[in-house]
Design a binder for this molecule. Structure first.
Ligand SMILES: Cc1ncc(COP(=O)(O)O)c(C=O)c1O
Length: 382
């Protein structure tokens, strides 16, 4: 499995200006997304906005996104980001005082706070210490009498775990538990199939593997699993928005589709831009991107081993995200050096995070490793 990485790289000019190892922070803008954003600006600038065309374009992108995650368009709501998707999900689940939600300690706070905030309803969130391997058997050992839901990430941002969400989904179905998954750090690099995951809700933003700037997310809702009710309401939330735009008490039936979780106007340029990103990802294939990143990860791990630098997080392909690696180099000490070397990466809890994308190359990995080696040598000689 392979694709023309050099051709893909030409679509992301920023990655030629530096050693960009920060795709897990945000995606550089690509030509296809830029073109869609520019087309939106031009139509707005020239014609003061063909809104009906933009809205039909939005529905086309909803269809593309649904196909991308193996959902139906009716199961997809657009949101502002992951946090909004997780908050909508947490508040829409029929959880009551005394119910318990299981989460992993140290998982992304934008998911965790959505559930911690349910404490005001008396719903308790219990954090389980995060082991290297998380699957259905792990959660099964921790289920309590009051456990009603599990919420977790597919891929961890801070150490690159890739969790077996499908087996957790099976456990949840067997035990009648709600299951909420944050796929933000995996989508676009790890194939996401919401049916295989078997989740009640899956949420994500789009500014990493989905190649958009910040400000757009989505929520998948399994309508068959639960009649989840929205906390917010606007005209478009309704099954039949009033044509005369007058709100009435007797017209409050929410849409039967995931549109019930949408309110107000949309981030239309971003949604239309997402159409360009999904076309690019579909043309390459997420499985190919995953394999490409895994192979680069093998090279990175071998290089770190050679230099005696520890890898934080899982090493085996089965348990590690293809594209997120944390090298045990103290961030405060190393970041200014990497900045001098024009290497872009992120500080992490236990080191520096090297995160890869569809445009990453062996040369990027080697430049990073050469820079680490040079500094280690210089400090050994000093
Ligand atoms: C697992 C995970 N969830 C959520 C987010 C971000 O949340 P939001 O899209 O709300 O900014 C990130 C990273 O930024 C992440 O890694």
């Amino acid at each position: 499995m392979s694709y023309d990485v050099a051709a893909v790289r030409r679509l992301f000019p920023a990655v030629e200006r530096m050693t960009y190892l920060d795709a897990g922070f945000q995606s550089p803008l690509s030509v296809p997304v830029k073109e869609r954003l520019e087309a939106f600006i031009a139509s707005s600038f020239d014609t003061a906005g063909p809104k009906s065309e933009w809205l039909s374009g939005m529905e086309a992108v909803r269809g593309q996104l649904a196909a991308f995650v193996n959902a139906a368009p009716e199961e997809i709501a657009f949101t502002k980001n992951t946090s909004e998707a997780m908050n909508i999900a947490a508040n829409a689940l029929p959880l009551e005082a005394g119910d318990e939600v299981l989460m992993l300690e140290g998982d992304h706070p934008n998911n965790a706070y959505a559930f911690l905030n349910l404490a005001r309803k008396g719903v308790e969130t219990r954090f389980l210490p995060m082991p290297e391997v998380v699957d259905g058997a792990f959660f099964e050992r921790h289920l309590g009498e009051r456990t009603r839901a599990i919420s977790m990430s597919l891929v961890t941002f801070h150490a690159g775990h890739l969790f077996d969400v499908e087996s957790v989904g099976r456990l949840c179905r067997e035990r009648g538990l709600f299951f909420v998954v944050d796929v933000m750090q995996g989508i676009g690099v790890v194939p996401v199939d919401v049916k295989k995951i078997g989740a009640t809700f899956v949420g994500s933003g789009t500014h990493k593997g989905l190649l958009l700037p910040q400000g757009l997310g989505f929520l998948y809702w399994n309508r068959k699993a639960v009649d989840a009710q929205p906390s917010y309401m606007a005209a478009i939330t309704l099954e039949n928005p009033p044509a005369d735009l007058i709100a009435r008490h007797d017209n409050m039936t929410v849409a039967s589709t995931a549109r019930r979780f949408e309110i107000g106007n949309f981030n239309l340029p971003a949604v239309l831009g997402l159409g360009g990103a999904l076309e690019l990802l579909d043309a390459i294939g997420v499985a190919e991107i995953q394999e490409h990143c895994h192979a680069l990860g093998d090279r990175l791990i071998a290089g770190l081993d050679r230099l005696g630098v520890g890898l934080v997080g899982p090493r085996a392909r089965a348990h590690r995200a293809p594209h997120i690696y944390v090298a045990a180099l103290p961030a405060a000490e190393w970041l200014p050096y990497f900045a001098e070397q024009n290497i872009r990466l992120s500080p992490e809890r236990d080191g520096v995070r090297i995160s890869l994308g569809l445009f990453s190359t062996e040369a990027d990995i080697d430049r990073f490793l050469d820079a680490v080696e040079a500094r280690l040598r210089a400090s050994a000689a000093a």
